[in-house]
Design a protein around this ligand. Structure first.
Ligand SMILES: Nc1ncnc2c1ncn2[C@@H]1O[C@H](COP(=O)(O)OP(=O)(O)OP(=O)(O)O)[C@@H](O)[C@H]1O
Length: 204
């Protein structure tokens, strides 16, 4: 499903990660860990095709579903319209299952702009389901979710991998997915990079 070989990743002209190697098969979940600023998002952006690696190779399906820090929603469109829009872009399944998976049916006619942070996040995650993509690339997917909705997310993920999908996920919390493999990216930190800058630490 996904093979990452000897990958170097940069952002803003600075190489962050070197020699990243891992692979992921259908039915597997890989959780990537590492400190703030290490380069996890930048690595996911490479896998999703949003930026090029400095060197190395990524073998992935032609289309992957990417869930980033922004939810990728159209604020003036309703919940249902957002899902129908993404389903049409990806030629994916109808929004019905996704609406039910994340308890969104009661919100179906509400403009996305008027959702709470957690509701927006659930809608952003529901986009993965209507993509129909086998590989889900997810950057801190449970931010803003309460415990009940984290459990919904786990259930969706479980169904996805049991139907032949796979997912690569960054997180700073324990998602409590027993079957997930863990990879700490610290070992791939580029030489010469110190810890977080004083500016980043001030924001943490
Ligand atoms: N658009 C950008 N232009 C330049 N540098 C950037 C940009 N976005 C991020 N960076 C820098 O690249 C480095 C890696 O950022 P990245 O978002 O990949 O880290 P991360 O491991 O996902 O961090 P976090 O755990 O805080 O989300 C950081 O030092 C960050 O300041």
């Amino acid at each position: 499903m996904l093979q990452v070989s000897n990958l170097s990743v940069a952002r803003g002209g600075m190489t962050l990660l070197c020699g990243v190697d891992f692979s992921l098969s259908a039915g597997q979940i890989l959780v990537l860990r590492g400190a703030n600023g290490l380069g996890k998002t930048s690595l996911l952006r490479c896998i999703a095709g949003l930026q090029d690696p400095v060197e190395g190779q990524i073998t992935a399906p032609e289309t992957v579903a990417y869930s980033g820090h922004a939810d990728g929603l159209k604020g003036q469109m309703t919940v249902l319209e957002n899902l129908a829009f993404w389903a049409s872009i990806y030629h994916g399944p109808s929004p019905d299952v996704a609406l039910d998976s994340y308890d969104l049916r009661a919100l179906a006619d509400r403009p996305a702009a008027n959702l709470s942070a957690g509701q927006k996040r659930r809608l952003g995650l529901a986009r993965m389901q209507v993509s129909g993509c086998a590989l889900w690339v997810m950057d801190e997917p449970t931010v803003s979710l309460d415990a009940h909705n984290v459990a919904l997310f786990r259930a969706v993920l479980d169904r996805h991998v049991h139907s032949g999908g796979a997912a690569v996920i960054t997180t700073h919390i324990d998602l409590e997915i027993a079957s997930a493999q863990l990879l700490d990216l610290t070992r791939f930190k580029a030489r010469g990079l110190s810890g977080s800058s004083a500016f980043e630490e001030a924001l943490e």
